[in-house]
Structures are given as structure tokens and as C-alpha cells.
Write a protein that binds this ligand. Structure first.
Ligand code: GAR
Length: 208
């Protein structure tokens, strides 16, 4: 059984999709052992509580240095014997020590088709603002392994989503979540937990 930690910063709709997929049997061989939020007010914490999942919250601001915060977060994951770390709208930079402790065992959902509209500053609603400002006709979402760069690790799954005339960033964000994110992230966890993802350099292979 793969022990999964889901790291969140905000509303947690992707967390909810994961919890629902576990409850519905769409994710097998995995249990959500921990939800961690860097923000004590994150609504995602209530979603975890409702699902009966252990939830922990502390902020980098509560630590004297970023190194101490990073060490506390890694210790928490190790205490909980976590096998897979899932970043589901987690807005804290992942330190190199954590990537080294969990090589190809941290996955992230990003709300665009990487390598478009990603990297530093590309998070949340901004990503959709960038896509609309550039005038692309298709966007989407990507699940990828986390390496030491920003949004640069091996890509696991992608799904395209159409941009429609008159879209606002908010309308587009919702469509990308509904049509792509809430499907891709649970699917990637299920594939990982069932040993179906192999990594060859920057390229993954998925056994269906
Ligand atoms: C999601 O759209 C996720 O893809 C994005 O933040 C949102 C979190 O929503 N993540 C990033 O932009 C990471 N660069 P949620 O809290 O409702 O799941």
C-alpha cells in the first residue's frame, strides 16, 4: 500500500478529487496518510478532516529560517513513512533536500500544457491569464515529477482543454480543473501506486 501525502496551500479541489477517487476505488493500492498545508486557514484542511485523514499545518513564517522549516517538513514526511508526495496547489518552493529524499516520488499538478506557461511566477489564476493574453486556442494541465527546477521534471500525464471565445481567467481555470486536473491527478496516483510509471531520464513511460 503506497502511503501518500498531499501538500496543499488553498481550496483543495484537487485534494477533494483525490479523496473521492480513493473512496470510489478509482485509486487502488494507495492510502492518503497525510494532508499537509503551509497555511493554517487552508480550506483543504476541512476537506481532510471530513474524510477522516490526518491533517497537519504549519507555516514557514513560524520558523526562524527556511532551512529549519524545510527540515520540519521533511521530518514530518519521514515520520509518516510517506512513499509518494503529491503537490496539489502547493505554493511553497520544494527544497533540493526534499527532492533528493524523494527522487521521482514527488508529483505536481500544473494548470497548463508544460512547457507553456510554467516556471517561476506561473501559478494558479496567473497561468490562465498568461494563456489568454498569449491567445492560445488550446491549454490544459500536466502532472509531472518534481526535480530541482521549477516545473521541469519528467512529464507523466497531460490533457488538452479548449479555450472558448469570451473566456475569463476564472472560467478557463474552472474548465481546466473539471476537464483535466481532477481526472489527471488521481489517475497519476493510481498509476504510481500500481507500479505503472517508469522514468528514463526526462521521459516517463506508462504501462496501461
Ligand atoms: C490548481 O489549479 C493547480 O493546478 C494550481 O493551483 C490550483 C490549486 O487549486 N497549481 C499551480 O499553479 C502550481 N504551479 P486547488 O487548491 O483547488 O486544488
Amino acid at each position: 500500500m503506497t502511503r501518500v501525502a498531499v501538500l496543499v496551500s488553498g481550496g483543495g479541489t484537487n485534494l477533494q478529487a483525490i479523496l473521492d477517487a480513493v473512496a470510489d476505488g478509482k485509486i487502488t493500492n494507495a492510502e492518503i496518510a497525510l494532508v499537509y498545508a503551509n497555511n493554517r486557514n487552508a480550506y483543504a484542511l476541512e476537506r481532510a478532516a471530513k474524510a477522516g485523514v490526518k491533517a497537519v499545518a504549519f507555516s514557514p513564517k513560524e520558523y526562524e529560517t527556511r532551512a529549519l522549516y524545510n527540515a520540519a517538513l521533511i521530518s514530518l514526511l519521514q515520520e509518516e513513512k510517506i512513499d509518494l508526495v503529491v503537490l496539489a496547489g502547493f505554493l511553497v518552493i520544494i527544497p533540493p533536500e526534499m527532492v533528493q529524499a524523494y527522487p521521482n516520488r514527488i508529483i505536481n499538478i500544473h494548470p497548463s500544457l508544460i512547457p507553456s506557461f510554467c516556471g517561476t511566477g506561473a501559478y494558479g489564476l496567473h497561468v490562465h491569464e498568461m494563456a489568454l493574453a498569449r491567445g492560445v486556442k488550446v491549454t490544459g494541465a500536466t502532472v509531472h515529477f518534481v526535480d530541482e527546477g521549477t516545473d521541469s521534471g519528467p512529464i507523466i500525464l497531460q490533457k488538452a482543454v479548449e479555450i472558448k471565445e469570451g473566456d475569463t481567467p476564472e472560467v478557463l481555470q474552472r474548465r481546466v480543473m473539471e476537464e483535466a486536473e481532477w481526472k489527471l491527478l488521481p489517475k497519476a496516483i493510481d498509476l504510481f501506486a500500481n507500479g505503472k510509471i517508469t522514468v528514463d531520464g526526462r521521459v516517463t513511460h506508462i504501462a496501461e
